[in-house]
Write a protein that binds this ligand. Structure first.
Ligand code: PMP
Length: 421
């Protein structure tokens, strides 16, 4: 197993379990120990959910009182059990000391993990892919790590380049340990890239050889849009977690893109020693993820739908996003083929466009496309050094065909104007 002490930040090692939360774990005791509000004072009696497919289910008073009460930091029992069996089914962790904790979306787990691993202001070394998810950069930047970037193509991180980068780092700084690699393996935000299984294996091998952790942030896991062929695994079928033998992978999952982002339900899976550190951090701020959200999800996934129901829902979501992607690609090709270059993403909700002959996409967006109400995120927002460049991120998740068409026509006019000037 990894020697975790060499990875933990000082702040994390100073965290101690809450003496009260620990006592509340003892079942069957008279309830004098905790500061639990009396549920008789809660005004809620019953919630009825009606699903779009007509299914109806209730959360009745007793369950509601439980949902609205303070609860375990790591998550309510039925949801934890569901997630545990789900992770076993999907990722089959290969060592026994793994654990999960429910978090308020993956963003919550990510920022807590960064704080767990990085000593603020000490310039701890990490590797991130470029372009990189802005939410990760926003959580990392205040900790002032030494960020090394590794480029990606349509198949994600390129292991050979990653190895050169690692070797280059250790040649210059032999004692400055690389603590982790942060990456988004499926439908990467912002590039839409999906790491192939072969590359994942090579990257995991590098992590073992050079002893760094892998932070596998996979909120687009359920949005793999590849069409399944018999006996051929999809890239997302083989996660870093599934190949981990020594607890060096911390995996972040989220229901945001598959059930609802407002529920704020995610979970982190990894070695107990790391997961426990995240609990301790939660004990000092959120205490736990919303009980109502947890109860709603555990009732829906655990009782009303079950595992098969989630699979069926994932199928629906995938066809929705596949349709949106195909529509967007068709409309871009119709109007913008001379003006933008891109690869068709096989997962997620983003299309990473290179604006041909434009050096600074931010300037172009601000000065031209915004005036026509067409907004993309300039690529530099995803660069730790905030360097200008020709790229922009477009999300195809939500717009109607009509708006896609109007926006692409407007964008074409912007290019024509820009090229004339
Ligand atoms: N990681 C990535 C790569 C994301 O794109 C997002 C959502 N934008 C998150 C994490 C945060 O997701 P959640 O809603 O689960 O906090």
């Amino acid at each position: 197993m990894v020697k975790f002490s060499s990875f933990l930040s000082r702040v994390s090692t100073l965290r101690e379990p809450s003496p009260i939360r620990y006592l509340l774990r003892s079942p069957g005791m008279f309830k004098f120990a905790g500061g639990l509000p009396n549920p008789e004072g809660f005004p809620f009696e019953k919630i009825t959910f009606k699903l779009k497919d007509g299914t109806q289910f209730n959360i009745e008073e007793q369950d509601l009182n439980y949902a609205f009460q303070y609860s375990n930091t790591e998550g309510i029992q039925p949801l934890l059990e569901f997630i545990h069996s789900h992770q076993l089914l999907k990722h089959e962790p290969k060592y026994s000391d793994w654990d999960v904790t429910v978090t308020t979306g993956s963003q919550d787990a990510l920022s807590k993990s960064f704080e767990m691993l990085l000593n603020s202001g000490q310039g701890d070394t990490i590797i991130v892919e470029t372009p990189c998810y802005t939410g990760a950069l926003a959580a990392l930047t205040p900790l002032e790590p030494n960020i090394i970037t590794t480029p990606i193509d349509a198949n994600g991180i390129i292991p050979e380049l990653l190895e050169d980068i690692i070797k280059g780092h250790y040649a210059k700084n032999p004692t400055k340990k690389i603590k982790f690699l942060y990456c988004v393996p499926t439908g990467q935000n912002p590039s839409g890239a999906t790491l192939t299984i072969d590359r994942k294996k090579k990257i995991y091998e590098l992590a073992t050889r050079y002893d760094f952790l892998i932070l596998e942030d996979d909120p687009y896991f359920y949005l793999n849009l590849e069409v399944r062929q018999q006996n051929v695994p999809l890239s997302s079928d083989v996660s870093f977690l599934s190949m981990d033998l020594d607890g060096r992978v911390l995996r972040f999952d989220s229901l945001s893109k598959v059930l609802s982002s407002g529920l704020r339900i995610g979970w982190v899976t990894g070695h107990k020693e790391l997961v426990e550190r995240i609990h301790l951090h939660m004990q000092t701020n959120s205490l736990h993820t919303s009980g109502l959200s947890q109860k709603t999800v555990s009732k829906l996934l655990g009782t009303v739908w079950g595992v098969k129901g989630l699979e069926n829902h994932v199928d629906l979501i995938q066809s929705l996003y596949r349709k949106q992607r195909d529509l967007f690609v068709k409309i871009i090709d119709k109007h913008l083929s001379q003006y933008v270059t891109y690869s068709v993403p096989t997962a997620g909700m983003f299309l990473w466009m290179k604006f041909n002959n434009i050096e600074d996409s931010k300037k172009f967006i601000e000065e031209k496309t915004k005036l026509k109400r067409v907004l993309f995120v300039p690529g530099q927002a995803f660069d730790p050094l905030y360097k200008p460049g020709p790229y922009a991120r477009a999300s195809f998740s939500i717009e109607t065909a009509e708006n896609m068409e109007d926006a692409c026509i407007a964008l074409k006019e912007c290019f024509e104007q820009e090229y004339r000037e």
